[in-house]
Design a protein around this ligand. Structure first.
Ligand code: GLU
Ligand code: MG
Length: 438
């Protein structure tokens, strides 16, 4: 049959969904500079495709302006149409800044960090997901046989990732039935967020071609296991030197990194409105599930809100280059650009105030500490519901100020409309609904 190759111009919306418009691939060149038209109210789609009360209504126009560096062209070699798309900024029709564009928010946060401190971040998003074609069995955790029995999925997915410019660090069968994890190499913030979007699309593209599906939803069943997004980051100076590590400091955390972490810890409850943004997020984010339900910095602790990760270098130089932190209270129902932009802004606020690092926990469970000790260490239980997360956001003027007012208002209106849809859903229903979408 005849075919006209199609290239999509997309962006990740406020719910993290990738939406856009296509043009014939032979006409892409022209569109790389002119972009394609878009509708502002599309930002008000909830995760379930309903439209939240929109400040734009039926009015106005925007452009999807592609970033040529994000070009994805992946031919799976099975006769299906190649995956062809670009990730875009949302701009006004004359190409000027649109204040509700998540990519723009991230670009400006990274630029502010560099301008105000001379520092930049290297970031890697680590994803977990559940694959329907896994033929899972009891005790599949980390099993070689689980990787074998999920057939062509893993190798095809990794090949698609590599062809799309995302380099895999490791791939494994995770703890849950049918659950897998993929880690990628670190890169600068924009490339890391673009990579997170591309990774989820390549995973879905692979599963679809194999006649299966997969889900990045934080919980597929109330009693099941969670799938998280762990956001790894480290600080670097203008000369490309790592600055997170100080061999002489407690747990190796440099003063600068300590202040950056302190800023994140201070604002973490409000950040959850973006990093764990849906009703189903809170079926995952519970103590003793290896997720990060407290605002603690934990030394090599997978229960901590922020984990000081292990390093495997033998020399101090190697250690400094590998040293990184992991924000664990995040999942794939969020928009990665918003998530990272706000983490950067919170860290920058900590640096600007030279906040001292709260003493990291080392082998201690915040739940078992008394309230007095938690208070002394600045540890709070992170929100246990979307309502608690939004109450924390309401109470944190600094985090509100990290976003342009119109973006904040649009985001909150979008979330509230989505929460209203699910008010009467049982935990099972919540899991089922979000699994369909994510
Ligand atoms: N599945 C856990 C989560 O929901 C993380 C397990 C781990 O890799 O430490 O975040
Ligand atoms: Mg994992």
């Amino acid at each position: 049959m005849i075919r006209e190759p199609l290239t999509m111009f997309c962006h990740a919306d406020l719910t993290g969904a990738v939406r856009g418009k296509g043009v014939p691939t032979r006409l892409v060149e022209r569109r790389l500079t002119s972009g394609v038209g878009w509708t502002p109210t599309n930002l008000m789609f909830t995760a379930f495709g309903t439209i939240a009360p929109s400040p734009w209504g039926a009015h106005g126009d925007l452009m999807l302006m592609p970033d040529a560096a994000t070009k994805v062209e992946v031919d799976f070699g099975d006769g299906t149409p190649a995956e062809r798309f670009y990730l875009c900024d949302l701009t006004e029709t004359d190409g000027s800044r649109f204040d509700c564009c998540p990519r723009t928010l991230l670009r400006e946060a990274a630029a502010a960090l560099l301008e105000e401190t001379g520092l930049s971040l290297r970031v890697a998003f680590e994803h977990e997901f559940i694959y329907s074609g896994a033929q899972s069995r009891t005790a599949d955790n980390y099993a070689l046989d689980a990787v074998r029995r999920h057939g062509a999925f893993g190798e095809t997915f990794l090949a698609a990732l590599s062809a799309a410019g995302v380099e895999t660090d490791s791939y494994l069968a995770e703890f849950g039935p049918g659950q897998f994890e993929v880690t990628v190499l670190p890169s600068e913030p924009m490339a890391a967020c673009d990579g997170a979007v591309i990774l989820k699309e390549m995973a879905r593209a692979t599963a679809w071609r194999l006649g299966h599906s997969l889900s990045f939803s934080p919980r597929l069943s109330p009693e099941g296991l969670g799938s998280g997004v762990h956001i790894h980051f480290s600080l670097w100076d203008k000369d490309g030197r790592p600055v997170s590590y100080d061999a002489g400091a407690s747990q190796g955390v440099s003063e600068k990194a300590g202040s950056f972490l302190a800023g994140i810890v201070r604002h973490m409850p409000a950040l959850c409105a973006f990093t764990a943004p849906t009703v189903v997020s809170y079926l995952r984010l519970k103590p003793h599930t290896w997720t990060g339900a407290w605002s603690n910095i934990g030394y090599r602790d997978r229960e901590a809100g922020i984990r000081i990760c292990p390093v495997f270098g033998k020399s101090e130089e190697k250690t400094a280059g590998q040293f990184n932190f992991e924000f664990r209270a995040a999942d794939a129902t969020g928009n990665p650009y918003l998530q990272l932009a706000l983490i950067i802004r919170a860290g920058l606020a900590g640096l600007a105030q030279a906040l001292p690092m709260p003493t990291p926990t080392e082998g201690q469970d915040p739940e078992e500490m008394g309230e007095a000790e938690r208070q002394a260490r600045g540890i709070v239980r992170l929100p246990d519901s979307v309502d608690a997360a939004h109450a924390a956001l309401d109470a944190d003027a600094a985090v509100q100020g990290f976003l342009p007012p119109r973006l904040l208002a649009a985001y909150v209106a979008n979330r509230q409309a989505e929460f209203a849809l699910g008010r009467d859903w049982s935990p099972e229903e919540i899991c089922r609904r979000y699994a369909e979408v994510y």
